[in-house]
Write a protein that binds this ligand. Structure first.
Ligand SMILES: [Zn+2]
Length: 502
């Protein structure tokens, strides 16, 4: 939760402090700072915001807010204390009718047991169970005295939600790897490097027994080229079994999927040997295949990435997960095949921007947006590691990362600074795997009365009712909101913003 003062005009900015406030709330600057959350979480384009539409039009300044929900807390701000955790037990959260949660800026009245919400100005009663609650009845806050409860003292709070707030049972974190097998990825050691990095990461996770999720992590591996191969990892098996899933017109997902997605804790030996053997097995295969030449005389391979993504969806739609893809060739098989859209004649013309936008005109182009939205709805995030050596149409399939809050890494022209780029690839892949993520999140931001959200700038799917579906939130994830004033004049002296991650 954060707040900022509003100003009436340029010249009266200093005088505003002396004026009688239009609402009951009147805070000293020091109080404003201590009650607001750190700038690490929420920062703004302006220190004070205009109070009227006219002033906003005159100022012509962007009213925007950047929110980083899992930014690390500034140690010096709160004496290095952990974020307080509250558990209301089986009870619902205490919320105003606008949906706002209790926060340090509500104006409580403990005589009549009601409070006024700073977001909408509505007065609500505290629920009886909340007033009478104590640690025995399930409430776990820092202090039982009403006026000293953490809801009123701390602007960043973790509420432990009961099962009523869960869409489905929490599943184990799943990392699903999609590896392109082609002459380029094999001969440039990209497959070997990826397997080596995964192995190293699993080793570190098994050692790190303190990390909350390290022991429950599951992994799955799929390799794709002209067809899609699932790598079956069975306990005590020294060699992975490889099965081809479908024929590009129809696919199947092995049932049960237990050998395709396995726990690292119980299957680490078999996973290690699979990761060791995958580059060798496919190197032999690739070297026996006829090579096709592209226009620029570079060797090109068949790639059914879109088909592999559909199969991955079949594996993950009931559990969600993180999909990590290694890609070098443009998808050229099955639905979603992409054409070379390079056109030198458009360079410098008005239509040049179309080359940088995703392809929308064909069914194949539309496939990428559709599947990305489908992934997001089922809490599957997609991160891409791209190694383009010819035209790849990054704009079109980057929609996968855009709608699923994934990440996009591009290492072009590998022949230059090869060692440096390969080191970057390993480092960034390891970083992505090691990060403490929040899985299956929905974000909602509420703004105080008079302001509204004009536009979001972020990577995720945004529903019509302003809910952000984020399959994975890392500490680096942020969103930017552009605000607008929709009331002629705002009654409050302050702008309040509350962001909730569920
Ligand atoms: Zn309210």
């Amino acid at each position: 939760m954060m707040m900022w003062p509003l100003y009436n005009s340029y010249s009266q900015k200093e005088e505003t402090k002396k004026e009688k406030p239009l609402s009951n709330l009147n805070l000293e600057p020091q109080e404003m700072q201590t009650k607001s959350c750190s700038n690490n979480y929420i920062s703004t384009s302006l220190k004070t915001f205009p109070k009227t539409q006219d002033l906003d039009l005159q100022a012509k300044l962007p009213l925007s807010v950047t929110i980083q929900p899992f930014a690390e807390r500034k140690k010096e701000m709160k004496n290095n204390q952990d974020i307080p955790v509250i558990n209301y037990g089986k009870e619902n959260f205490v919320r105003c009718e606008c949906g706002g949660y209790l926060n340090p800026f509500v104006q409580p009245n403990f005589m009549s047991f009601h409070y006024t919400c700073p977001l909408c100005g509505t007065t609500s009663n505290f629920p009886e169970w909340w007033i009478n609650s104590n640690s025995q009845s399930g409430y776990q806050g820092n202090n039982m005295e009403l006026n000293k409860r953490v809801e009123f003292s701390d602007s960043v709070i973790e509420f432990q939600a009961n099962s009523k707030y869960q869409n489905r049972q929490t599943s184990d974190p799943i990392y699903f790897f999609l590896i392109e097998i082609s002459e380029y990825t094999i001969n440039n050691n990209l497959v070997a490097l990826m397997c080596k990095s995964i192995k190293k990461w699993i080793k570190s996770k098994l050692i790190d027994k303190e990390a909350s999720n390290s022991q429950s992590i599951k992994v799955g591996i799929i390799c794709f080229h002209s067809v899609v191969d699932a790598i079956l990892i069975k306990k005590k098996s020294k060699r992975p079994e490889i099965i081809t899933l479908g024929d590009l017109t129809d696919y199947f997902v092995p049932c049960p999927t237990k050998s395709c997605i396995v726990k690292i804790k119980t299957h680490y030996k078999s996973i290690y040997s699979a990761l060791q053997l995958i580059p060798e097995i496919y190197k032999k295969k690739i070297n026996h295949q006829p090579i096709k030449q592209s226009k620029d005389q570079q060797s090109t391979s068949e790639s059914c990435l879109s088909f592999a993504l559909q199969i991955s969806f079949g594996f993950l739609n009931s559990v969600g997960g993180k999909l990590i893809c290694l890609i070098a060739n443009r998808p050229n098989l099955s639905k979603g095949m992409l054409r070379n859209r390079e056109n030198q004649e458009l360079v410098g013309s008005k239509e040049e921007s179309t080359l940088l936008n995703p392809e929308k005109d064909s069914i194949h182009g539309q496939f990428w947006k559709q599947i990305a939205k489908k992934f997001s709805k089922y809490y599957i995030s997609v991160s891409l590691f791209l190694f383009p050596f010819q035209y790849l149409d990054i704009a079109t399939f980057a929609q996968l990362t855009h709608y699923t809050a994934g990440e996009l890494f591009v290492y072009d022209n590998l022949s230059l600074q090869t060692a440096h780029k390969l080191r970057s690839f390993q480092r960034q892949l390891t970083q992505l795997l090691n990060r403490e993520d929040c899985w299956e999140a929905i974000i909602r931001t509420r703004i105080s009365y008079g302001f509204s959200i004009k536009q979001y700038f972020t990577d995720c799917l945004i529903s019509n009712d302003d809910l952000l579906y984020v399959p994975n939130i890392s500490p680096d994830y942020s969103l930017n909101i552009q605000l607008q004033i929709h009331s002629k004049e705002i009654i409050s002296n302050y702008l309040f913003i509350q962001t909730v991650v569920v």
